[in-house]
Design a protein around this ligand. Structure first.
Ligand code: SF4
Length: 496
């Protein structure tokens, strides 16, 4: 067999894009490095995989790693032939130069086998079925009689009692044997094509497209698009751009929003966006004064940072429940400089009881509380359920919330929004000079990842540096909504 050895993950990479696979083998340094948040996703996968093994007591782990493939293959064969182990973890098989390590291989009563792929998500995805199919193809090719196959995901319905994880209830097995079997036919031919492609010294000619993000974001996207001319305000900036409209615009050869003819069937907001782009300035298309009329002093601004552990840690939580660990509150009073309060939980116990108390102190009993998006409302409700003794007070807080996002979306559009109403897109356009570029942390996922890392960091100085960076980030979020509210109020006055 010619060509390098493939694995199930390299096969899946090749199914997404041959160029991506070629890069992985020949030019890996062109990839954008994984950030801390992505690294946390990988770590979570390992943690979930190890926990899943507890469902199969007495299972045998084939511990030889990727540098010791012959030993792993030999050990797998030996343990299977011995017949004692009811399950194997990381069992190694090879067929036609494709190597796979099976997360779990379970011996059934009749001596046949069930293949189980463990995933740290809560939903079954199509790509998981292909993942199982590749393994099934190799296992069968290697002579193993596999009669069942499934994907083991986390079970969102499982609620942790705070005492002992029930690993049977924590996971959910999705049988996929029939679907995976239906995919077997094409795998051998596809693997051969990939192996042949990898022997060439020249990269395959593949243009970037939708496949760069499906099923996974490709780390070579920045490299592949480095020389592409980008439209100034491309049609993808149109809010709620349907596939049909996109196709119609493509067919008409229109890349730029400003070139869309007036006769094209755009909705109201899309027409506003086109006007803003053509005129190169903000469009106020709704009644801002009315939209902001409900805001009463003292005006406060609230933002939470949360983490969402795959494996629940606190009583009453489910996989991936969001747990707030940090909040920031800015308060505006008349013409005085704004004041600031925050709380960061620095322990690895449940942050919510202390955080709820500190939150109530920071928000007082009167005035509007501005937020940006529905997320803080959802967090307040979940916090009230988690800390029932504060539920009434938290409900009163919720009743004072005012979401600035619909105000922006329904009343104004600036070409620099570039089709996005996220605070990071809206803020620089409406309140220039305030951004996130000067901060060490500028993203919520990264904030959650860094907080988790800091909790297990024994270096006190580093830990405190991370905590300070997290507080600065959350503080910037509420300063952002404060500046945004003022900018919207000024716009309302000038539009009157
Ligand atoms: S960015 Fe797109 S075209 Fe380039 S390697 Fe990745 S998937 Fe292939």
């Amino acid at each position: 067999m010619s060509g390098p050895r493939l694995s199930k993950s390299t096969y899946l990479t090749g199914k997404q894009c041959h160029l991506r696979l070629w890069h992985d083998f020949h030019a890996r340094d062109l990839a954008t490095p994984a950030d801390e948040a992505l690294q946390l996703v990988f770590d979570t996968g390992h943690e979930v995989g190890e926990l899943a093994c507890r469902r199969y007591p007495g299972g045998h782990l084939v511990a030889h790693d990727h540098k010791h493939v012959p030993e792993a293959l030999e050990e797998t064969r030996r343990v299977i032939d011995a017949g004692a182990a009811q399950a194997l973890f990381e069992a190694a098989f090879e067929h036609k130069h494709v190597l796979v390590r099976a997360d779990v291989l379970e011996r059934l009563r009749d001596g046949t086998w069930r293949l189980v792929e463990v995933k740290s998500t809560t939903k079954l995805k199509d790509v998981f079925v292909l993942d199982v199919a590749v393994q099934l193809w190799v296992l069968r090719g290697a002579g193993l009689d596999v009669r069942e196959a499934g994907v083991l995901t986390l079970n969102r319905d499982y609620v942790y009692d705070g005492v002992q994880l029930d690993v049977d209830a924590l996971f959910k097995l999705h049988p996929v044997f029939d679907e995976a079997t239906a995919l077997l036919k094409g795998i051998g031919g596809e693997a051969q094509k990939m192996q042949a492609m990898l022997t060439r010294s020249e990269a395959p000619a593949i243009a970037p497209g939708d496949h760069c993000f499906t099923p996974y974001n490709c780390p070579y996207y920045a490299h592949c698009t480095r020389d592409l001319a980008q439209p100034d305000h491309g049609i993808t900036e149109l809010p709620r751009l349907s596939g049909a409209l996109h196709a119609d615009l493509d067919e008409a050869g229109i890349d730029e929003i400003e070139d869309i003819p007036d006769s094209f069937p755009l909705n109201h907001l899309q027409r506003v966006v086109r006007s803003a782009v053509r005129q190169g300035r903000i469009q106020v298309h709704g009644n801002l004064r009315n939209a902001l009329a409900a805001i009463k002093p003292p005006v406060r601004h609230l933002d939470f940072e949360t983490f969402a552990p795959a494996i629940p840690r606190f009583a009453g939580t489910r996989p991936y429940d969001a747990i707030p660990f940090l909040f920031s509150v800015h308060t505006e009073r008349d013409d005085q400089p704004p004041t600031h309060a925050d709380y960061l939980h620095e322990g690895d116990d449940d942050p919510r009881p202390t955080l709820a108390k500190r939150l109530l102190d920071a928000l007082g009993k009167e005035g509007t509380i501005c937020v940006y998006s529905n997320y803080e409302r959802r967090m307040l409700r979940e916090l009230a359920a988690a800390v029932p003794q504060r539920a009434k007070a938290l409900a009163a807080i919720e009743a004072r919330l005012f979401d600035l996002l619909p105000v922006v979306r329904n009343c104004c559009y600036h070409p620099d929004f570039r089709g996005s109403f996220s605070i990071k897109s809206v803020l620089p356009a409406l309140a220039p000079g305030l951004g996130y570029d000067d901060l060490a942390v500028a993203d919520g996922n990264l904030a959650a990842a860094l907080h988790q890392r800091a909790l297990s960091n024994d270096n006190v100085v580093e830990r405190q540096q991370t905590f300070a960076a997290l507080r600065a980030y959350c503080q910037r979020d509420t300063l952002a909504t404060l500046k945004l509210r003022k900018a919207l109020a000024a716009l309302a006055r000038s539009a009157a």
